[in-house]
Design a protein around this ligand. Structure first.
Ligand code: SF4
Ligand code: SF4
Length: 231
């Protein structure tokens, strides 16, 4: 068997490579032109288009939103309030990277999330993004607790699942009036140590009070839950 390539083989392989180039070259150019045309189409159709970002149709709204959105539920905090000076550049950086979707809610961070969106989008940035917010329907239920379920109050030294008790169980109960379901959630779904009546584990130490951006009187509200749902 010959190890080295003969002169004839060498010429043959060169000719084949040239032929292959002649076939793939125009195809590759056409493919690149198609990609470029698609990019130009998308830059017209998609708000704040950036070729490094991926976009997806948002349900049946007819708009394409960035695969990465900016969620405004958890933001840098300072002395119990949103640190707008830190938040605004973060939002701008995301938009510069192709993000075109911002999600906030009326109850997020005691209303400061919506304020943060407003401050960050001033000066023309608003035209580059879609913004969604949410109406807190449970607020229309009489007797609701103004807990947003942000969980900034935990951990509690006595393992009281505060936000879960208020937002998930109690406010849901007020909204839907389904006591059977609420009682199952309240008495069974908590951590095993608190099964039965989890709100009763509160010893009113007050450690959680300073952490709540809604300034809720958590021990009193836990007592209120106990009155309704305790055994
Ligand atoms: S007041 Fe109650 S819920 Fe708050 S930290 Fe103390 S024990 Fe936990
Ligand atoms: S009690 Fe306050 S800190 Fe705790 S989850 Fe509710 S709103 Fe958040």
């Amino acid at each position: 068997m010959k190890d080295a390539m003969t002169r004839r083989d060498f010429i043959k392989s060169g000719l084949l490579a040239a032929a292959a180039g002649a076939i793939t070259g125009p195809k590759a150019i056409a493919h690149e032109a198609e990609k470029q045309a698609a990019r130009e189409r998308m830059s017209k159709d998609i708000l704040n288009y950036n070729p490094k970002m991926q976009y997806r149709p948002m349900g049946r709204t007819g708009v394409n939103v960035s695969a990465l959105g900016f969620g405004m539920l958890r933001l840098p905090m300072k002395d119990g309030h949103v640190d707008f000076d830190q938040t605004t550049p973060m939002v701008h950086r995301a938009i510069e990277g192709g993000v075109n979707y911002i999600d906030t809610g009326r109850v997020y961070i005691g209303g400061e999330s919506e304020q943060a969106v407003g401050k960050a989008l001033a000066g023309g940035w608003r035209n580059r993004v879609y913004v969604t917010s949410k109406m807190p329907s449970y607020r229309h239920a009489p007797g609701h607790i103004g807990c947003t379920g942000c969980y900034q109050c935990i951990p509690c030294p006595h393992n009281v699942a505060i936000g879960y008790i208020f937002a998930y169980v109690y406010n849901n109960y007020l909204l839907h009036r389904n006591m059977d379901r609420a009682m199952t959630d309240y008495t069974v779904s908590m951590s095993p140590v608190q099964r039965g009546d989890p709100a009763s584990s509160c010893v009113s130490c007050g450690e959680c009070l300073a952490k709540c951006p809604q300034h809720l009187d958590i021990p009193s509200l836990l007592a209120k839950v106990q009155e309704t749902m305790g055994k």
